[in-house]
Write a protein that binds this ligand. Structure first.
Ligand SMILES: [Zn+2]
Length: 322
């Protein structure tokens, strides 16, 4: 830990040590952990992830989601408790994150969208991979309401990816697939890399002691689906993973995960009726005893530097610890 960061942690952890069982549970959300730093794909890489996990192992009490929530109910949750979660089911979770977690003996939960296992690719990754790997310097994106876009630098590619993701996100699943296929044609890109885990890798995660959770089949924004579709997505994803793993799924994470925008009370009930014990959101916050079991907040780690990671952890605690 560097000289700038250490005092922040000592202050934060020190301030919390007075709360023997402070009953605040910080849950971190990751998506990808890249094998190597990539300036266009804005995700944590292996070196950063290793440092972050070492920081957690040294300064925090890392617990499984199940233990954390149980201990919170029992009022015995140690202070500075943290859970680690991953959404979507990326192959690098198995290739890159698992060995790092195992070496430090840290538990984690992986929420898998089952429709992408194997050769699937999520629409947002088609956008990222397409813009990252196109050799064209300019794209005609009038049908995306973006006109002609120059992408002759990495920074411009990053900005275009953000604009496209925002533009395509809230369309129906079928429509999104059509849009990203058009984008791929315009950019003249074929994507061959397998980005998601396969069934074997999910089983291996489970065998290594990691928790697997539900995240629907096709990762729809639930508020954009009708209730039958939403129920089907939630239930079928659960049944598939339970059959694969031979054990009951306890936890669910809402696709995209923002209250009101991406899920609502109806979806919370559907998840409960499907037989899950609890559901995680992407609403920013720390879980306490008053948090609803199907409305649990997390802190998303999309920062790419150790310092920001530390500050965001510290801020999470300072803001929510009483
Ligand atoms: Zn997701």
């Amino acid at each position: 830990m560097n000289r700038v960061l250490r005092p922040i942690f000592q202050q934060t952890v020190g301030a919390l040590s007075g709360h023997r069982a402070n009953n605040k549970l910080l849950v971190l959300t990751y998506h990808r952990v890249l094998a190597e730093y990539d300036p266009v794909i804005d995700e944590v890489d292996a070196v950063q992830f290793t440092r972050q996990m070492e920081t957690l192992a040294e300064y925090f009490n890392v617990v499984s989601l199940e233990d954390g929530l149980d201990q919170m109910q029992a009022g015995t949750l140690p202070s500075s408790s943290v859970c680690i979660t991953f959404d979507d089911g990326y192959r690098d979770n198995y290739d890159v994150a698992l060995p790092i977690l195992s070496a430090l003996n840290l538990p984690a939960t992986f929420f898998i969208a089952t429709g992408y296992l194997g050769d699937g690719i999520m629409w947002n990754d088609v956008v990222r991979q397409t813009i990252k790997s196109t050799s064209l310097k300019q794209l005609d994106l009038q049908e995306f309401s973006l006109g002609r876009v120059l992408i002759d630098t990495e920074q411009k590619k990053v900005e275009l990816i953000e604009k496209l993701l925002g533009h395509i996100k809230y369309h129906q699943v079928d429509h999104r697939i059509g849009m990203v296929n058009r984008l791929r044609d315009i950019a003249e890109v074929e994507i061959s890399e397998r980005l998601m885990m396969n069934e074997y890798e999910v089983k291996e995660l489970s065998r290594a002691g990691m928790e697997i959770g539900g995240h629907t089949v096709n990762h729809p924004i639930l508020t954009c689906a009708n209730d039958d579709e939403a129920r089907n997505e939630i239930v079928q994803g659960k049944l598939f993973l339970e059959k694969l793993l031979g054990k009951r799924l306890k936890f669910f994470a809402y696709p995209n995960g923002q209250a009101g925008k991406d899920y609502n009370e109806r979806h919370m009930r559907l998840v409960e009726q499907a037989g899950f014990d609890a559901a995680l959101t992407t609403n920013n916050g720390v879980i306490d005893k008053d948090s609803g079991a199907f409305d649990l907040p997390r802190i998303c780690i999309d920062h790419t530097t150790k310092f920001k990671f530390g500050v965001s952890l510290a801020r999470g605690y300072v803001q929510y610890a009483n």
